[in-house]
Design a protein around this ligand. Structure first.
Ligand code: ATP
Ligand code: MG
Length: 435
């Protein structure tokens, strides 16, 4: 039968994470959860789909994400416009408002999962990628601003990541941004002929974002533009100085980048990014900032907040460059058997081992002893348990150590016999806990 179907493949920019890579992802996730718990952050989860207007309001109409990157479609059943979340903050804030999460206290929360942006796929830039999103809702700072940055610094340290640098800036408050905006528009008008298409379109709608350009031809123009930093009032400066002082006390080096404006429209005061030159064209691993106006903007009782997001794929890439990760074993014990009675006995013994919290694979399907030993080796199990006719008769399993259990120690060549009712005890005593 011939088929007209094109070979099925994943959507461009949306990656499968296969078992040989997934373990690193899971190991990283486990480290992240432990690290977050040590700072009192609790997990929450929000839907992948939200009403489009949440993002147009929450992120801002004149942003890369909303203008070009969202996966938006109409719900066939009721005509609603829906969007696959391109980031987490808007959804987390929506949920916090909807469930009155801040009614009695400020909240430290985090969430982790896939987000979607229609971008040109390349290393470190995908259409489905994963973010760890951390939000401190209801905190005015500056102590919490510094704590969030210190937290991330600890994470890089614990993961053994180097070559990552901190950039910070202050976006001040609305009136300060308005004064700066007027000066900026004047400046952009004076250099109108140098603006690219995005720049021309945004110069009146969102002039600050013109400075966020990735266009190399516009870097000089952006560098010479009036700096928001010079328009900050005393309160904003105090907040910023307090954050900087605490970072200095904590021994965290930073660079003030007056051009950093970040992706959201409603960021204010502290913004920061961790950047590296180890990821090719992509520089930012982690970005965050304060968004004191967002909760009110989305219909909640006014409350300050700050958060950051880490790009998981970029962090994994970086971590892989700095740390040695070895493929984990599929199991600790691999059970080899021949004959139908041995197969039944293998299942019984395997269950006893699992009761003792030992991971076991019972060979499935046919296979000679030799073929089964090959599979056992490939599984990276520490111990093979062999059951054949002889073993059933004597009610003693043959046990073989497949690899050195301690550094430098060779696996014993010989098989040894262990009585069925001693097997759990024997294996418990001989397994290396962490290999
Ligand atoms: P960039 O300037 O690289 O486009 P961004 O400002 O759009 O980043 P944020 O919206 O702050 O990024 O998202 C937080 C983090 O998510 C980034 O620092 C980055 O690590 C990661 N990230 C952003 N876009 C992608 C993508 N398309 N693929 C993979 N990771 C991404
Ligand atoms: Mg982007």
């Amino acid at each position: 039968m011939t088929s007209d179907f094109k070979k099925l493949a994943a959507i461009r920019g949306m990656n499968d994470v296969l078992p040989d890579d997934s373990y690193a992802f899971e190991a990283l996730e486990a480290i992240l959860r432990g690290w977050l718990a040590r700072y009192g952050y609790l997990n929450m989860r929000t839907p992948v789909l939200e009403h489009t207007r949440l993002f147009t309001r929450g992120i801002g109409e004149v942003t890369d994400i909303v203008e070009k990157e969202m996966y938006t479609f109409v719900d066939r059943l009721n005509g609603d416009s829906l969007t696959m979340r391109p980031e987490f903050t808007a959804g987390v804030v929506r949920a916090a408002i909807e469930h009155n999460l801040l009614y009695d206290r400020a909240r430290r929360v985090y969430t982790l999962g896939p987000v979607f942006r229609h971008e040109r796929p390349q290393r470190g830039r995908y259409r489905q990628f994963h973010q760890l999103d951390v939000e401190a809702l209801g905190f005015a700072g500056p102590d919490i601003d510094a704590e969030l940055i210190e937290m991330t610094a600890r994470l890089w340290r614990e993961l053994g990541i180097d070559g990552i640098e901190l950039e910070i800036n202050s976006l001040g408050q609305l009136p300060e941004r308005q004064a700066h905006r007027a000066a900026l528009i004047k400046y952009l008008e004076s250099r109108r002929q140098e603006l690219d298409e995005d720049g021309l379109r945004r110069m009146y709608t969102n002039p600050l974002r013109v400075l966020d350009t990735k266009n190399p031809a516009m870097q000089e123009l952006a560098n010479e533009a009036p700096k928001l930093f010079d328009f900050l009032g005393a309160g904003s400066r105090e907040h910023f100085d307090a954050v900087c002082q605490r970072l200095e006390r904590a021994g965290i080096a930073y660079r003030i980048n007056p051009r950093m404006v970040r992706g959201l429209d409603y960021y204010n005061l502290t913004v920061f990014e961790w950047v590296t030159d180890k990821l090719g064209a992509q520089a930012t691993v982690c970005g965050g900032g304060r968004y004191d106006g967002l909760i009110e903007l989305l219909g909640g009782k006014p409350a300050p907040a700050i958060g950051f997001a880490i790009g998981m794929e970029r962090l994994l890439d970086l971590w892989g460059q700095c740390a040695e990760l070895s493929r984990p074993a599929e199991c600790q014990v691999y059970m080899i058997h021949q004959g139908s009675s041995a197969a039944s006995q293998a299942v019984v013994l395997a269950e006893q081992l699992r009761d003792a919290n030992i991971s076991v694979i019972v060979h499935a399907g046919p296979g000679s002893f030799k073929a089964q030993f090959k599979r056992a080796d490939a599984s990276l199990a520490q111990i093979a348990v062999i059951l054949g006719e002889q073993e059933l008769e004597s009610r003693q399993a043959s046990v073989k150590h497949l690899r050195a259990t301690q550094l430098g120690q060779q696996p014993p060549e010989q098989q040894r016999s262990v009585a069925f009712d001693q097997l759990v005890t024997y294996i418990q005593a001989n397994l290396e806990q962490e290999v």
